[in-house]
Ligand binder design. Structure first.
Ligand code: GLA
Ligand code: ZN
Length: 678
């Protein structure tokens, strides 16, 4: 439970009363009550209102607000406000301003704009967190802390450059070790003094879009920036914990955002929270995958849906409205995958500036007689009815997909073999094969616990550390089914190639070796023809982008290429290893191939889907708690749909009893509790 004072799925979101007069705030409170809103996130962007200069703090306005909301039955998730520094600070201490990728010193403006290495920024941010935690410790309204906002971006200033050199010194100890790791003998880049090392940006090694002339330094800079931002977060975390050790502290993540290694951060958060902004065309499976990734950060612990829009964004090229019912359905999708809160950005639309066209529960019309308000209030009522039935429930997936930011950085920084190297797309392709078959899957880091899984899938595991390869071997030897793909096992943690043939340390477990990698434009495809039908794998499948030319060293050849000069060479292999099996998929496969592959492997492990059958577009997910199973059915299609059920269920919202069958309206979401008696 996130906080025992509110044992239900929290409902609310970012509220920016600093933009409004008192009368409006009173109106807002009336409408929050109507909508069943019980938590508001305050102070996300009001650093300057609390700290008007170097020494003066003024928070009476915040005291009054928190108290007034609390009187009205509304709790506070309190932000520290350090996501945008005040103008006076930028003027007085220019070091807090970032230097961008092109080496340009920024002026005041925008947000998320502070240099993470600036001692002034860190000091002032830490003091602000301490000031707030001290002031509100023991206040019954404050249930959680929201540090800063959506940490991200990179800075290339001289403070960061100096800090980077120190970070490298810590990591490598000697320049010899660093020169080796980065293979600096290439193009004569050997360093003889630490201060010869400069930040990798457009003035040095990198070009826009992530191209780099030295993967080693660029990879380390990504790690370093993630660490610097983490240090900023942690400084505030510690300050808060000094005063309120028992209140949960979080910062809002951004799903598959590229710039931060969230697995590295997760241990320092009490609860993970994230902001979900799918576009109209985002596949539901991709949103589901991202929720599962966020749940995976703390290996299954429920998370907070910190932000979503009730209706539309303002920053996408086309900000379509969520169609009637979609906000509700997507809220339950988050809950289905582990969210214990449903929070919005934002509760009231701004009257001006860049987010004035961003959706809110209270629209510019300013009253409750709107479609968005009615839908929001209806959901608020349902969440009250659900109470604490679902909070703290978990998943019990027997399959896992590995996900790792370092691997993604390394793979995508690669120059060649193709611009089509897209880590998240490859992970999603495998995720979707589970999703479409209603089989739950967890997303885990290569170093987390895999012991609960029968199946581990490692899409594009480009980087393989020695210890990871050992884990793969012992997992497989003990009976697990392991799957990996093209562009795996290529490099070590410094992006030095594992010599002796790809996939390096995974060769033994996979029973293959890769001699060459062909890369063709997307329009050129090959065909994987199944020569050894196994399970559901039969016929022929289209494949594209990258094509490994590989040799079996004991693995069974399941499918071969049909075309080109490597026709007849293996493209899908399966190797018996100890009590388990290790599969290699040597190209990017069309979705039917992955569907059939996952069906084959899950059937082999007696893993059955959550529902025996459902119409196209229906998603099934499950949470379990205290011996009860809760089945979520979501109809993402634009027409009514149906699902067959494995027995009898009770609908938690309508109390309807269902036997073996469930109807779903268009955009419907139903939560069904499994009955123990058949
Ligand atoms: C992010 C931010 C919010 C707001 C929303 C708009 O998630 O955290 O402050 O800008 O985007 O979608
Ligand atoms: Zn900097």
């Amino acid at each position: 439970m996130i906080h025992e004072s509110l044992p239900k799925i929290w409902y609310g979101g970012d509220y920016n009363p600093e933009q409004w007069p008192d009368e409006t705030i009173e109106e807002d409170i009336r409408m929050f009550q109507l909508a069943g809103i019980d938590v508001v996130t305050l102070n996300v962007f009001s650093w300057e209102k609390i700290q008007v200069d170097d020494h003066s703090y003024e928070a009476e306005w915040l005291d009054r607000l928190i108290d007034r909301l609390y009187e009205a039955g509304i709790y506070t998730c309190l932000a520290t406000g350090t996501g945008a520094h005040p103008a006076w600070m930028a003027k007085k201490y220019p070091e807090v301003l970032r230097v961008d990728f092109y080496g340009r010193k920024r002026k005041f403006g925008g947000r998320h704009n502070s240099c993470p290495s600036s001692p002034v920024y860190r000091e002032y941010a830490g003091r602000m967190a301490a000031f707030l935690a001290d002031r509100y410790q023991g206040h019954p309204a404050v249930l959680a802390w929201h540090v800063s906002n959506e940490y991200g971006g990179r800075c290339y200033c001289s403070l960061c450059e100096q800090a980077f050199r120190e970070w490298l010194q810590q990591k490598y100890g000697t320049l010899n070790a660093l020169n080796h790791a980065w293979n600096t003998a290439f193009w004569g880049h050997t360093f003889y003094e630490w201060d010869e090392i400069v930040v990798p940006n457009a003035l040095s090694e990198e070009r826009e879009g992530g191209e780099t002339d030295n993967q080693g330094i660029s990879l380390d800079y990504r790690r370093f920036m993630s660490d610097q931002l983490l240090a900023c977060y942690y400084k505030e975390y510690e300050a808060i914990k000094t005063y309120t050790p028992n209140l949960p502290v979080t910062t809002n993540f951004m799903g598959t955002y590229e710039g931060i290694d969230y697995f590295q951060w997760a241990p320092y958060l009490d609860v993970v929270s994230w902001d979900n902004y799918p576009g109209m065309e985002t596949p539901p499976s991709e949103t589901a995958m991202t929720h599962d990734l966020m749940r995976g950060l703390k290996q299954g612990q429920p998370f907070m849906l910190m932000e979503q829009t009730p209706s539309q964004q303002n920053w996408q090229p086309y900000n379509s409205l969520k169609r009637p019912g979609v906000m509700r359905m997507w809220s339950y999708q988050a809950v289905a995958h582990g969210a214990d809160t449903v929070q919005f950005f934002q509760l009231r639309r701004s009257p001006g500036a860049t987010e004035k066209f961003h959706g809110a529960i209270i629209e510019h019309a300013g009253h409750e007689h709107t479609r968005v308000f009615r839908e929001s209030a209806a959901l608020g009522e349902e969440l009250q009815k659900l109470g604490d039935v679902l909070t703290d429930s978990t998943s019990r997936a027997r399959a896992a997909i590995l996900y790792d930011w370092e691997t993604r950085w390394a793979a995508e920084l690669s120059s060649g073999p193709s611009v089509e190297i897209d880590y998240v797309r490859e992970v999603h392709a495998y995720y979707r094969a589970f999703f479409d078959q209603h089989i739950p899957v967890d997303i885990v880091h290569p170093e987390q616990d895999w012991s609960g899984y029968d199946i581990v899938i490692a899409p594009m595991m480009y980087m393989v550390k020695e210890a990871w390869a050992k884990r793969v071997e012992s997992f497989t030897a003990q009976g697990g089914a392991f799957v990996t793909t093209y562009f795996s096992g290529v490099a070590d943690e410094s992006d030095r190639v594992h010599l002796g043939g790809y996939p390096g340390p995974l060769r033994k477990v996979l029973g293959i070796w890769v001699e060459e990698i062909d890369a063709l434009p997307p329009a050129y495809t090959n065909t994987a023809a199944v020569t050894l039908p196994v399970g559901q794998l039969k016929g022929a499948y289209e494949c594209r982008y990258l094509f490994d030319l590989l040799h079996s060293e004991g693995a069974e050849v399941v499918a071969v290429y049909e075309n080109d000069f490597y026709a007849g060479m293996p493209v899908i292999t399966k190797n018996q290893f100890g009590k388990g099996e290790a599969w290699y998929i040597a190209s990017h496969m069309e979705s039917q191939a992955l569907h059939d592959l996952i069906a084959t492997i899950t059937e082999g492990k007696n893993i059955s889907p959550l529902v025996p059958w459902a119409s196209e577009g229906v998603e099934a997910a499950e949470r379990v708690k205290n011996g009860e199973q809760y089945l979520f059915l979501l109809n993402h299609s634009r027409v009514p749909a149906q699902a067959e059920l494995n027995g009898r269920y009770t609908d938690l919202l309508t109390d309807e009893l269902l036997a073996f069958h469930c109807n779903l309206e268009k955009n419907d979401a139903r939560i069904l509790r499994k009955e123990h008696k058949e």
